[in-house]
Every structure is written in C-alpha cells, then in structure tokens.
Design a protein around this ligand. Structure first.
Ligand code: 5GP
Length: 176
C-alpha cells in the first residue's frame, strides 16, 4: 500500500486496536475512579485514539488537547519539538493523563511531562497507543498505559501520518 511516495504493509488490524482500546478504557475507569481526571491529547497523531478511548470512559472527566510536532513530515525524529498550541487548562492539583499516539525517542513525552509538571498537578501519567522500546532515549516512569509495543519501524494509520497522509487509515501500517 502506498502513502505519498513510500510503500507500507499491515502491522496492526483495526479490530485489534479496537479491542486494546477497550481494555485500556476499562483500566482507566478502575484507576481513576472518582478523581475527575483531565485527559490531554497530543495533536495531531492522537486524535482518533483519544476519540475512541474517551468513549470507553464512564467516570467524570475532562478532555483537552495540546499540539506538539517533532517529525516535520519525515520518517525519523528531528529531536526538535515545536509547541504549536499552548496549554491553557488549569491543572494545578488535578490528576492528569497525557494521551499520545506513539512514544519513539521519548523526547516529546519528556518535554510535555516536565512542562505540565511545573504547573503542579496532583498526579501526571502518560498513555500511549504505541511504544518503540528500542528507540527510547529517555526514562519515562510516568508511562503507565501502552497499547502495543512495536519494533523500530516507521508507522502510519489510525491518526499517524507520513507527509500528512494516511491519518484516515483504519489499520496501522509499517514502512516496507
Ligand atoms: P518522540 O519524541 O518520542 O521521538 O516522537 C514522538 C512523536 O514523533 C510522536 O508523537 C509522533 O508524532 C512522531 N512519531 C514517532 N514515531 C513515529 C512513526 O513511526 N510514525 C509517525 N507517523 N510518527 C511518529
């Protein structure tokens, strides 16, 4: 399957994503009980994951978004993070869960966790649909929920893009 100028092959099927999202939702309902958490989605890549995950949540919660970019349309991290939407919700004393599409080097996650920690939330944790353990360069103790651990492939689909294409795909694909 072609996305822009690159060839991709299936990695994770839509049905498996759906099943895993449901499991994470059950876990979050249990872990956050009545604490009225704030879920912070990281745009653009997490938009489908956040939408599907939030539908599984049946405790009182808030949902907001921030926007960061580190890939700039390529297939490997630039290690530079661009802050596109500043964070305006008051999270002081709140239980915060950041929702990411993918943790690769962990630079983006580390940056956002440290930035939000400075606002003194009661707790802050991270949930990522995908994790590339072999690419991780940062220690991220806050990463409590992971959908799938994947090898060090460049992936698209289910919100993730290549040159802004492929976000609409229901399955997740890896670069051939
Ligand atoms: P990190 O800062 O952990 O290296 O990278 C995090 C961000 O880079 C993710 O939120 C995502 O936007 C992008 N990214 C990392 N790996 C991939 C990948 O395999 N495919 C796509 N499309 N984006 C990725």
């Amino acid at each position: 399957m072609k996305v822009a100028d690159l060839e991709f092959e299936p990695l994770i099927k839509a049905g498996d994503i759906e099943k895993r999202v449901k499991e994470i939702g059950i876990q979050l309902n249990e872990d956050y009980g009545n604490s009225h958490p704030v879920f912070v989605g990281v745009l653009n890549g997490s938009f489908l994951f956040v939408a599907d995950l939030i539908k599984q949540i049946d405790i009182p919660c808030e949902v907001t978004f921030t926007k960061l970019a580190s890939y700039y349309g390529g297939t490997s991290s630039t290690r530079k993070i661009r802050d596109d939407i500043d964070f305006i919700v008051d999270i002081k004393g709140r239980d915060v869960l950041i929702i990411e599409d993918i943790v690769d080097t962990g630079n983006t996650a580390r940056y956002l966790l440290d930035k939000l920690k400075a606002q003194n939330p009661a707790s802050i944790k991270l949930c990522s649909l995908l994790l590339k353990p072999a690419a991780l360069e940062n220690k991220i103790d806050e990463l409590k929920y992971v959908g799938f651990e994947i090898p060090n492939h460049f992936v698209v689909g289910y919100g993730l893009d290549y040159k802004e294409m492929g976000r609409n795909l229901r399955d997740i694909y890896k670069k051939v």
